[in-house]
Design a binder for this molecule. Sequence first.
Ligand SMILES: *[C@@H]1O[C@H](CO)[C@@H](O)[C@H](O)[C@H]1NC(C)=O
Ligand SMILES: *[C@@H]1O[C@H](CO)[C@@H](O)[C@H](O)[C@H]1NC(C)=O
Ligand SMILES: *[C@@H]1O[C@H](CO)[C@@H](O)[C@H](O)[C@H]1NC(C)=O
Ligand SMILES: *[C@@H]1O[C@H](CO)[C@@H](O)[C@H](O)[C@H]1NC(C)=O
Ligand SMILES: *[C@@H]1O[C@H](CO)[C@@H](O)[C@H](O)[C@H]1NC(C)=O
Length: 313
Amino acid sequence: METLLDTQRRLKSLLLMYLLVVNAAGDCPKPEGGNNTVLTNESLLKNVFPENIMVTLECSSGYIKESGSEFITCINDQWTESELICKKKDCGQPPPKPHMKFDTSEGTLFGALVKVTCEKGYQISGPSYKECYDQGWSGRASCEIVACDKPAIANGNTSWDSGDDPEYNNTIRYTCHEGYTLIGSDTVVCDETGEYSPDQPVCNEVTRAPATTSRSQVAITDLTTTDAKVSTFSDSSAAPTVHRTQTVTTSSIPNLSTLPKGMHDGNVNTATDSGTVAAVVIGAVVLLGVIIGFFLLHKFNMRRKGSHGISPL
Ligand SMILES: *[C@@H]1O[C@H](CO)[C@@H](O)[C@H](O)[C@H]1NC(C)=O
Ligand SMILES: *[C@@H]1O[C@H](CO)[C@@H](O)[C@H](O)[C@H]1NC(C)=O
Ligand SMILES: *[C@@H]1O[C@H](CO)[C@@H](O)[C@H](O)[C@H]1NC(C)=O
Ligand SMILES: *[C@@H]1O[C@H](CO)[C@@H](O)[C@H](O)[C@H]1NC(C)=O
Ligand SMILES: *[C@@H]1O[C@H](CO)[C@@H](O)[C@H](O)[C@H]1NC(C)=O
């Protein structure tokens, strides 16, 4: 009986000692952070939280204090309610960069993503998104102007004489060397995709009937060449006769419908042309007649010689 009472007494005293030790160690449990709040590093290092002790809370990373006290106190084994209210930090508009645009439809608060784009003719270099972090916007993008490959044309020249590549909006002009004709546009622009618009032209060797020009155009050229050359050259009175074999480039072909305007001299020329033809034909006929006449006369004379001996001449 005695031993049982002893044991009970000993257990009681052990319990009392335990309670005393625990009480001495601290009244409150280790505190925890709340919504968007954390314990300060200093508070985290503490292990014992006796009655009336105060610990400090702070806003989590990416948050800033909106209102309330940072302190909670241990009273009657319990922490007082935290009053600290934190809100997301606002990164604001991303810092402007040349030719750069931002889509901030998602906002500019902590964690928000902003899409980065460049103006027309510029391309992004670097990440195309920025994120609002505790330290500010992430990403170091820039907008570089779009460039085209250096222009090139075989058997011709371009107006581009810079060592750098042409950039967006730069205009290039092309010319062909002597004996070549330009097919395509003689002026192109470096567009926003880094291509030439329209495509770069080519220089084709001039032939009597270039495959790339329409046949009707060629027909007109051939028909008008002689008259046109005669009329234009006769003004300078240098060469009234022009060979049709002379090389004629498309650009020097006179507009058919504009021809009559400059023909006050040309009309005379065409008239003399047809006159000459007629004269030649008539001359040929006359000459033929004369030759036949002489031939007949000669024959007649021979016959006379044969029948009457030597003529009085
Ligand atoms: C945290 O916020 C949620 C809703 O925003 C709320 O229901 C909860 O009670 C808050 N907790 C604390 C500890 O404040
Ligand atoms: C708290 O400690 C963590 C890691 O131990 C450190 O990254 C952080 O910067 C500290 N905070 C402050 C406010 O000193
Ligand atoms: C084309 O370029 C060549 C060599 O660069 C030059 O000699 C020539 O004069 C140029 N021709 C034209 C029409 O620009
Ligand atoms: C490119 O040309 C267009 C049209 O001429 C003009 O509106 C634009 O400002 C130019 N852009 C640049 C970067 O030169
Ligand atoms: C030719 O001239 C007429 C009137 O002078 C003009 O309407 C037409 O566009 C011209 N054609 C060409 C191909 O130059």
